[in-house]
Write a protein that binds this ligand. Structure first.
Ligand SMILES: *Cc1c(COP(=O)(O)O)cnc(C)c1O
Length: 380
C-alpha cells in the first residue's frame, strides 16, 4: 500500500493567483463595465485591441472568443477551407488541429525537433516534396511556439514561400517570445493568441486575440467574427459569432500592463530551476540560440517520468504533462489524420518523456526553493 501523498504545496498552475495579484485594478475594471450597460464589442474591446496591437507592434489586433477561433478566423479570412491542406504539428494542444478542421481544411502533421519540441523544418520541406497521397495542396503552415519557445519561424516561412503557402503563427503559449529583436507573431501573415486563464496572458474565462498587418485581412476577419456583418443586420460574408466580451477585455487590459514583468518572473524561475538541475541526471530545457523563451511551461525530458513525478509529488510538488497523447494517436484523429513522409517518431518519443514543472509568475520564492531543493535531491 502506498502512503497518501502529502498535500500539494506547490501547484503546477494557479490562475487565481494572477487575479489576486491585481485584484483591485481588475475588480475596478469589471465594475466599470457592469455599470456601463454595454457588454459586447464596445470601448473596452477596442481599448484592449489597441493596447495589444501596440504591445505586439502589429497594425491590427482583433479580439475573439478564444484561441481556437482566432486560428479558424485567420484561415477563413484567408479563404482557406475545403480543398486546402494546412501543415502543423502533432505535439500541440488539440485546438491547433481542431481549428483547421473547423474550417473544413485538411491537417497534415509534421514531426518536431526533439530538443525544442517545435516543428522540424526539414520535415516540413519533405512534406512539400512528397505529400501523402490524397492530400490537397498545402496552402498554409501553422508553426506552434510551444511552451513559450519560438519555432524556427524564419526557416519555416522560407520553405512555405517556395511552395506558395502562407504562415500563420500559433502564439497561444508564446506571448512576448522573441526571435532576435522581433516578437513571435510578427513573422507570418497573421498570428493567433489564446487568452485562456492559464496562458501567459490569461482572461478570467475564455478569450483570444489575433494580429495581422494586412488591412484587408483584418477587415474581413473583423466582419467574420460577427456574422460577416458589413453593418448591423446586413451580412456581406457568411460569418460566425466569436466575440471578446467587454468584461474580459477590461480585465485583459489590466493584465497586459503586467505581462512583461510576469514574463521576467517566469524567466527568473526558469533560471533557478536550471541552476538546481546543475549537471544532475535531468537536463534543463534547451533554448534555441538567438531567441527569447517566455516559459509558458518549464519542461523536463525524463527517462523514467513516473519516478520523477513521484519524487516531486512526495514533496508536495504538482506536475503536469503537455501533452501525453499526440494528436495522431487520439481516438478522434487516429488512423484519419495524415502525417509527413517520415511520420512522427520524435513526437511519439516526446509524449512519453515530457514533464512540466510548476510555472506561473506568482510562485513565491519559498515555493520555487521547494522545487529547487527537490530537483537537487533527485539523483535518478
Ligand atoms: C491554448 C492553445 C490553443 C487554443 O486556445 P483556446 O483559447 O483554448 O481555444 C491553441 N493552440 C495552442 C498551442 C494552445 O496552447
Amino acid at each position: 500500500m502506498n502512503a497518501t501523498p502529502p498535500p500539494v504545496i506547490v501547484p503546477q498552475a494557479d490562475p487565481g493567483a494572477a487575479y489576486r495579484a491585481q485584484k483591485e485594478a481588475i475588480d475596478a475594471a469589471i465594475a466599470r463595465v457592469l455599470a456601463s450597460g454595454w457588454y459586447i464589442l464596445g470601448r473596452e474591446c477596442q481599448a484592449f485591441e489597441a493596447a495589444f496591437a501596440a504591445w505586439q507592434g502589429a497594425r491590427h489586433a482583433i479580439g475573439v472568443a478564444n484561441g481556437t477561433d482566432a486560428l479558424a478566423l485567420i484561415l477563413r479570412g484567408l479563404g482557406l477551407g475545403p480543398g486546402a491542406a494546412v501543415a502543423t504539428v502533432s505535439h500541440t494542444a488539440v485546438a491547433t488541429v481542431a481549428a483547421i478542421e473547423m474550417v473544413g481544411a485538411t491537417p497534415v502533421l509534421i514531426d518536431i525537433d526533439p530538443d525544442t519540441y517545435t516543428m522540424d523544418p526539414a520535415e516540413l520541406d519533405a512534406v512539400f516534396d512528397a505529400p501523402p497521397p490524397g492530400l490537397p495542396p498545402i496552402r498554409a503552415v501553422i508553426p506552434v511556439h510551444l511552451y513559450g519557445q519560438p519555432a524556427p519561424v524564419e526557416e519555416i516561412i522560407a520553405i512555405a514561400a517556395r511552395a506558395g503557402a502562407v504562415v500563420i503563427e500559433d502564439c497561444s503559449q508564446s506571448h512576448g517570445a522573441m526571435v532576435g529583436e522581433r516578437k513571435c507573431g510578427r513573422f507570418g501573415i497573421a498570428a493567433a493568441f489564446s487568452l485562456y486563464p492559464t496562458k501567459n496572458l490569461g482572461a478570467l474565462g475564455d478569450g483570444g486575440v489575433l494580429t495581422t498587418d494586412d488591412a484587408a485581412l483584418a477587415q474581413r476577419i473583423a466582419a467574420l467574427r460577427q456574422y460577416g456583418w458589413r453593418e448591423r443586420y446586413v451580412s456581406d460574408l457568411a460569418g460566425v459569432n466569436s466575440r471578446l466580451d467587454e468584461v474580459q477585455a477590461a480585465a485583459l487590459t489590466v493584465k497586459l500592463g503586467a505581462l512583461d514583468a510576469a514574463t521576467a518572473r517566469r524567466q527568473a524561475i526558469a533560471a533557478a530551476y536550471d541552476a538546481a538541475l546543475g549537471d544532475g541526471p535531468l537536463a534543463p530545457p534547451a533554448r534555441r540560440p538567438g531567441t527569447t523563451h517566455v516559459f509558458h511551461q518549464y519542461v523536463l525530458r525524463c527517462g523514467d517520468r513516473a519516478s520523477v513525478q513521484a519524487h516531486l509529488r512526495g514533496r508536495g510538488i504538482a506536475t503536469n504533462i503537455h501533452y501525453p497523447v499526440p494528436i495522431h494517436r487520439q481516438p478522434a484523429y487516429r488512423g484519419r489524420v495524415l502525417l509527413g513522409p517520415a511520420g512522427c517518431a520524435e513526437t511519439d518519443r516526446a509524449a512519453g518523456a515530457v514533464l512540466s514543472l510548476p510555472m506561473f509568475p506568482e510562485l513565491t520564492d519559498a515555493q520555487v526553493e521547494t522545487v529547487c531543493a527537490a530537483l537537487r535531491a533527485f539523483r535518478g
